[in-house]
Write a protein that binds this ligand. Sequence first.
Ligand SMILES: Cc1ncc(COP(=O)(O)O)c(C=O)c1O
Length: 458
Amino acid sequence: MTHFPANSPRARDIASVLHPQTNARSHLEVGPTIMSHGDGVYIHDDEGNTFLDAGAALWCASLGYNNQRLAKVAYEAMSKLGYYQIFRHASHGPAIDLSEKLLSIAPVPMSKVLLQCSGSEANDSAVKLVWYHWHAQGKPEKRKIISRRGSYHGSTCVAISLTGKPEYQHGFGLPFDGFIYADSLNYYRDARPNETEEQFSQRLADSLERQILQEGPETIAAFWCDPVQGSAGALPPPKGYFDKIQAVLKKYDVLLVADEVICGFGRTGNLWGCQTYGIEPDMITCAKALSAAMLPISAVLLNDRIFQSVMAQSDKYGAFVHGYTYAGHPVAASVALETLKIYEEMDIVGHVRAMEEVFLSVMNGLRDHPMVGDFSGVGLIGGMELVKDKESRASYPSSVGLSARVDANARKNGLILRIVGDRLAFSPPLIITEQEFVELSIRLRKTLDQTFAEIQAL
Ligand SMILES: Cc1ncc(COP(=O)(O)O)c(C=O)c1O
């Protein structure tokens, strides 16, 4: 039985809502934090608390939580053509305009855009396209997909199979066969003594090559990567990583898919993470900031090599038999187009680059804190590694309950943190200002001080 008053929003929540990524049992006891409204980068709950969410909710609320211009566009789009589908030669203006726009800003030449509704769907569909491609090429045995340990690519059965986090697969009988995982890329944690970042990257590339040879290159279809590894704790790649990895993939004719679901649209200081790291993918998946998270929409951008295979399959089977009812939804597509227009008008890349300096200096300014072992970041994304001992880099034992303590103290200080293991992952709304960063750093230092004091007193 709930201890919340009968018919209160909390009681009704725990009686009715199954929450994603939430402990189903403890939720009955803890109940929800109910958000009521947004105000730029700030989010307010129904008890009068105000939070600065340092993760832009789920890495996505790039323009904050209440953009009136997007609200107006959504209203107008729904008033004009609230829905139509794009199956079987049907189309509409917003789907055409958005696809054309995405092709015009793609980091490498792309041929077509497949509109979807979420990052998971985009990755799921891109896996199908990879398999479709190799079938069209007469190589159906080229089917295995390599992603990296620590990566998250979504929650559909295929996207979670792509995900290199076993704790997301437990209890579901997943991953599917044929999904394999390359090394994670945490230089701070995994580099050998005196190993440079370039040497570390070479070791990862050599290890990938060994893995491909062991599995048989004729069975390896594609390699999946997010430019900055978000769910490993916002981990930028070590120097030279993508050059070295791409050389291996080219050698064995392995397709490269860049998951830009977090990094796309300015997050890393370029419009695409691919531009920040010189990645030349065959396909790109994107979502989240595509519509500033205001409506669910995502896209797969595919190059001509893949499109030629799709056409060959249409010749063979009669059609590209794949699609979601809401693919290219006109209201979501209109909001995405307006979002891209806002980015251009406000020079999102210029703003992120200007704020990057503030972000890095604020975070690096916390290195003197006894709990901060490391920080690495680029653009407006980065992660801070918390340690028990800076010298040995030893972590706190799990009995300390580090992440729960940090989370609770942060919330008391009006700060929402994304905590991944012992790393704090930062990806604030892209509209954040210098003053808001100062506020964020004050709340963060206070949180670390309180947590440290609590742990010392144990
Ligand atoms: C890198 C990456 N890919 C894919 C996804 C899945 O996107 P969605 O939750 O929209 O399905 C996420 C979600 O956080 C992500 O971080």
